[in-house]
Design a protein around this ligand. Structure first.
Ligand SMILES: O=C(O)CCC(=O)C(=O)O
Ligand SMILES: [Fe+2]
Length: 323
């Protein structure tokens, strides 16, 4: 049904709207209401089919959004020698940038907003850290609502606490500058996220593209009050492939820099990712052997694996047929 919309001239991609799901009436306190149940059905279907959807979410006010994106510009405008101070124990949570394949991309992970702000601005930046703090709190609610809906849809309520305990949160901010004349416009190479759930928001500049299960690429169009919710591979493993982890990338067109912000629920490094027994039956044999997320992530970060779309299958796939 979508494929016909994708055929535009000269290989350019048609924008599609991902399934759009309205969260303005749901929160963790109205589980079991009619609106909760109908939203839940849409969430589960979208995450099975596309591995992602657009969420209309009024938890982020226009003011918060405006101050967020103006502070991102201010942050990335800092000199490189300041940005690289953001070193963390976890390699991927620090500064990333200046990569040969994607020179237009830079990113900073924010584990704890206040200490991050003190590191970037020696005089501190309360406005920045408050904005990120409020943003993360709001998105944590959405993350939990979506995960609760998935577990309910699979009749796995008894694992709810254990599942929520599996993760901690990371905010990661991104800048994609407009490419120079002879530079590639690839902002982020094709990948699926490794974590449980990712929630993305960007300024008005498009660039995110998602691949459907048939392998076709689509541009994602965000609206001002929406974000994209995406399944990561750890959630695909946990649900024994009931959910799809969408492959996506960022391609820059036009002449404006793109800023985005991601909220990631990430398995803690010593946690074992294992599909509950209820997820395994004749129709759904176990697809992935249980694994320690931290160990998997180290494997994934190796040069030979980081761009391998089958890194997960290589690491813990039960059989080659799963690829
Ligand atoms: O900037 C975006 O919209 C996508 C970012 C992304 O895919 C990621 O950080 O994993
Ligand atoms: Fe991603």
């Amino acid at each position: 049904m979508i494929s016909t919309q994708n055929k535009t001239k000269m290989g350019s991609l048609a924008p599609i709207r991902l399934p759009t799901i309205d969260f303005s009436e749901v929160n963790r306190h109205n589980r079991g209401t009619l609106v909760w149940d109908s939203t839940k059905a849409q969430v589960f279907k979208a995450l099975q089919e596309f591995g992602c959807f657009e969420a209309i979410f009024n938890g982020i006010s226009l003011d918060l959004r405006t101050s967020l994106f103006s502070s991102l510009k201010q942050l990335f405008d800092l000199p490189l020698e300041i940005k690289v101070r953001n070193l963390t124990e976890k390699l991927y949570n620090g500064y990333i940038g200046q990569a040969k394949e994607v020179p237009i991309f830079e990113s900073l992970g924010i584990e704890e907003p206040e200490s991050f702000a003190n590191l970037m601005w020696p005089e501190g930046n309360i406005e920045f850290s408050n904005t990120i703090q409020v943003y993360a709190e709001k998105l944590k609610e959405l993350d939990e609502v979506v995960r609760t809906m998935v577990l309910e849809s699979l009749n796995l309520e008894k694992y709810m606490d254990e599942h929520m305990e599996l993760t901690s949160n990371l905010v990661r901010v991104m800048k994609y500058r407009t490419p120079e004349k002879d530079e590639s416009n690839m902002g982020l190479l094709s990948h699926a996220d490794k974590n449980i759930l990712t929630i993305l928001q960007s300024n008005e500049v498009e660039g995110l593209e998602v691949q459907n299960k048939e392998g076709e690429w689509f541009k994602v169009k965000f609206s001002a009050n929406s974000c994209v919710v995406m399944v990561g591979e750890a959630f695909k493993v946990w649900t024994n492939r009931r959910l799809h982890a969408a492959t996506h990338r960022v391609v820059m067109n036009g002449d404006k820099d793109r800023y985005s912000i991601g909220f990631f629920s990430v398995p803690k490094s010593n946690k074992i990712i294992k599909a509950p027994d209820e997820m395994v039956d004749e129709e759904h044999p176990l697809f992935f052997k249980p694994f320690d997320y931290g160990e998997f992530f180290k494997f994934f970060l190796k040069k030979e694996n980081i761009n391998d779309k089958y890194a997960l299958e290589k690491y813990c796939g039960v059989s080659a047929e799963n690829m």
